[in-house]
Structures are given as C-alpha cells and as structure tokens.
Design a protein around this ligand. Structure first.
Ligand code: FAD
Ligand code: DHB
Length: 389
C-alpha cells in the first residue's frame, strides 16, 4: 500500500491532523493500536482555547462544539477559605470553552468517516523504516498479520508511550523531563457543577479542581499520592476529601453521586528536541507532556498539527520545504511557553511533599499577590486563554 502521509495514533492530534490534511486534499492513512470505542472511553481534557476552537471549525467539526460547549469568561482560584475570580474577558478580551476530549474525538471520527479516509483500528505500528529517505515505510500489525505502507511522510501522533519517538536514535534527540511528586485522581459524575465556573483550589490537604462537562455532569480532580490506586479512593472518600479542600460555600454546594469514571494520572513535564527527524514528524503528547494544571496538552497537540498541516500544504502546493524545515523550532517555541506556564500553575496550586515552611509561606504570598494584583491576574489570563497563532 502507498499513501502520502501515514499518521500513527488516532488521539486528538492524529485525528485532527488527518482532517486538516483531508481538507487540503492530501491523502493519509491513520493507524491506531486500540479500538475506536477504547479511544472514545478515555476521559481526559475538557478545556479548549479560542485558537483550538477556530482550528476545529476549520477542520469542519465546529457545529456540535458551538451547540454544546460551555463558554467560560473566567475561573476562580480558591485559597485560605476564600475564592478570587480571574476575569478573562475583561483582562484579555477572550474566553475558553469547556467541551470534552471524548466529544472532540467523536466529532473528528465522524467527520473522517464521511470523507472515507482510511483509519485502521487495532492496528499498532510496529516499526518505522527509511525515515531519512524520500520513501519512508511503516510496518503495522493487523490481527496476526504484518503489513507495510510506503509514504512521503510519517506523523508520529502516538502519545507519550508510542513508538515514533522511541525509534529515533539517542544521539539525534535530547529530552527534558520533570516528574512531579503527586498525581491527579479524576472522576466524572452525573451531578451538577459545584459552581458555574471552574474552581482551582490550593489547600494544605492538596490541590483540587472543580470542572464540568455540562449543566448536569461534573468533572472533578484531587491531588493524590503517586502510588495511590483507584481502590484506595471509594466514592465516599473522594467526596469527603473534596469538601474538606473547598471553601465553606463551595463545599455546601457539592451534590454527590456515583462516579461513572475514575482514573489516576501522573503529573509530568517532558519535552523532546527536535521533533522532526528527516521525514518523521512528532506532534502532541508524542513530543511533549505538560502537567494538566494549565489545561494545555490538547491545545498544544492542536497547535502542532496546525503548523504541520500548513507545512505540508506548502510542500505539496508550492514544492517548498520551508514550513517543514521550521516546524520543529516553531512548534517548540510555543511548547516551552506552555511548559513554563503549566509548571508555574502546578507550583502555585499544589502541596509539594518536600516543601519547607519557607516554601509554603512563599506560595501563600504569591497567591495573595495574585488575588490583589490586576497585572498578575492579566499575566495568568493571557497564558491561560492561549497565545495567538
Ligand atoms: P493521545 O491522546 O495519547 O493519543 C495517542 C494515540 O496513539 C492513542 O490513541 C494511542 O492508543 C495511539 N498509539 C500509541 N502507540 C501506537 C502505535 N504503536 N501504533 C498505533 N497507535 C498508537 N489538555 C488540554 O488541552 N486541556 C485540558 O483540560 C486537559 N486536561 C487533562 C486532564 C487529564 C487528567 C489528563 C491526563 C490530560 C489532560 N489534558 C488536557 C491533556 C490531553 O488529554 C492530551 O495532551 C491529549 O490527549 C494529547 O493528544 P495526542 O493525540 O497527542 O495523544
Ligand atoms: C479540565 C482539566 C484540566 O486539566 C484543567 O486545567 C481544566 C479543566 C477538565 O477536564 O475539565
């Protein structure tokens, strides 16, 4: 088999990239190791920037997002028993949208099936060949058989644990990493949101985040130990702990109910450099990870594939390699901005086990500064709503 671009991974990065290529008339095949149902069952991101909304519109999947997404013009930061609102609209003129990653994925899968472009599910890529030549090849497994696709380019959109980044020789890649000493326990429940806007909580018992998916569905997170298991957190313990970390009025507004999904995610900062190797390009979590506190992971995946789709359009329409040559630097400049912000939000809001009394006092002073300084709030808002493209 032969195609122009083989995309490895049908997460948000791979599916959005495939859709942008379809719009540009560039032939592509997606290989995904899991089933479509499994990909749709992974509850993760929920918050998208205006730039990502524009990109999803451009990919032809904006309709349901505009109908069902919740537009939020601010967030609240809670500490010391009180809440402080950050007004994005006033400070930046922009807003953010709450719309689940599962819904974005579903919309992209449906749009792809309308175009008829091939996606092979339960078909893991097993090895990449000749990535520096003009005819790279991807070997993949389907059922018990192995097959090969020849292409012009390979897009490694296969997440942090995928094979694309790992096939690059060690000498050709440098990685930067920080593993944070805690995780996030997340639940989804059929209960109304704690408050109309998101609440990010700094508390001596640990961070908490009250988010949502709709007016009747909550998405809630608690900082937990890295070695905690789901079994350590029956529903009653989760709700009890959440209430302890919230201010009294938010705690009184909590409506409890059974968790319909529960998972633990480790917190990691990670960047690979460069993210282009001959005719192999990495995008999304395959190239970089941010801790979720700044809500940047999916938004970065979207900006990577936007730059890459522009570069491929230039290549196929104008025979120019300019965009391909600058992809890595352009995408990484944005990635490092998001890494810095995500690290800063994580540092500001979590309990670090190794912190001294001095560190804790400095953290509190920074929160108090943020609560009273309009320019500090504007800096947070500017980073949170996202950079322009
Ligand atoms: P993935 O979603 O990991 O997709 C990669 C795909 O590749 C997977 O389907 C995998 O099965 C497949 N794959 C792997 N190996 C192979 C192989 N060998 N062959 C074929 N396929 C393969 N981001 C935000 O922007 N906003 C948020 O609010 C937000 N909240 C988050 C909350 C939590 C708790 C977590 C954990 C993350 C959050 N994120 C958020 C981050 C966001 O979910 C990720 O950044 C996003 O999923 C990255 O998309 P991706 O397509 O790059 O990778
Ligand atoms: C959500 C996740 C985040 O990491 C975040 O910072 C905000 C919202 C969410 O899942 O809704």
């Amino acid at each position: 088999m032969r195609t122009q671009v083989v995309i490895i991974g049908a997460g948000p990065a791979g599916l959005l990239f495939g859709q942008l290529l379809q719009k540009q008339g560039i032939e592509n095949v997606i290989l995904e190791q899991r089933s479509g149902e499994y990909v749709l069952s992974r509850v993760r991101a929920g918050l998208i920037e205006e730039g990502t909304v524009r990109l999803l519109e451009r990919a032809g999947v904006g309709q349901r997002l505009h109908r069902e997404g919740l537009v939020h013009e601010g967030i609240e930061i809670s500490f010391g028993g009180g809440r402080h609102r950050i007004d994005f609209r006033k400070l930046t003129g922009k807003a953010i949208t709450i719309y689940g990653q599962t819904e974005i994925t579903r919309d992209l899968m449906e749009a792809r099936s309308v175009t008829g472009a091939p996606t092979f599910y339960e078909a893991p890529a097993v090895s990449l060949h000749d990535t520096s030549s003009e005819r790279p090849r991807v070997r993949y497994r389907k059922d018990t058989l192995e097959a090969e696709i020849e292409c012009d380019f390979i897009a490694g959109c296969d997440g942090f644990h995928g094979i694309s980044r790992r096939t690059v020789p060690e000498a050709a890649i440098r990685t930067y990493e920080r593993v944070h000493p805690f995780g996030w326990l997340g639940i989804l429940s059929e209960t109304p949101p704690v408050s109309p806007e998101l609440i990010y909580v700094n508390h001596e018992r640990g961070f908490a985040l009250c988010s949502m998916r709709s007016q009747t569905r909550s998405r809630l997170y608690l900082q937990c130990r890295v070695d905690d298991n789901i079994e350590d957190w029956p529903d009653e313990r989760f709700w009890g702990e959440l209430k302890l970390r919230l201010d009294p009025s938010a705690a009184a507004a909590v409506v409890t109910g059974p968790a319909i999904e529960k998972s633990i995610a480790p917190l990691r900062s990670f960047v690979a450099e460069p993210i282009r190797f001959g005719r192999l390009f990495l995008a999304g979590d395959a190239a970089h990870i941010v801790p979720p506190t700044g809500a940047k992971g999916l938004n970065l995946a979207a900006s990577d594939v936007y730059y890459l789709s522009q570069a491929f359009a230039e290549f196929y329409e104008a025979k120019s390699t300019g965009g391909l040559d600058t992809y890595s630097d352009r995408a990484l400049a944005r990635v490092w901005q998001a890494e810095r912000f995500s690290w800063w939000m994580t540092r500001l809001l979590h309990c670090f086990p190794e912190d001294s009394g001095f560190d804790q006092k400095v953290q509190r002073a920074e929160l108090e500064f943020l609560a009273r300084s309009v320019s500090a709030q504007a800096t947070l808002a500017e980073n949170y709503v996202g950079l322009p493209y």
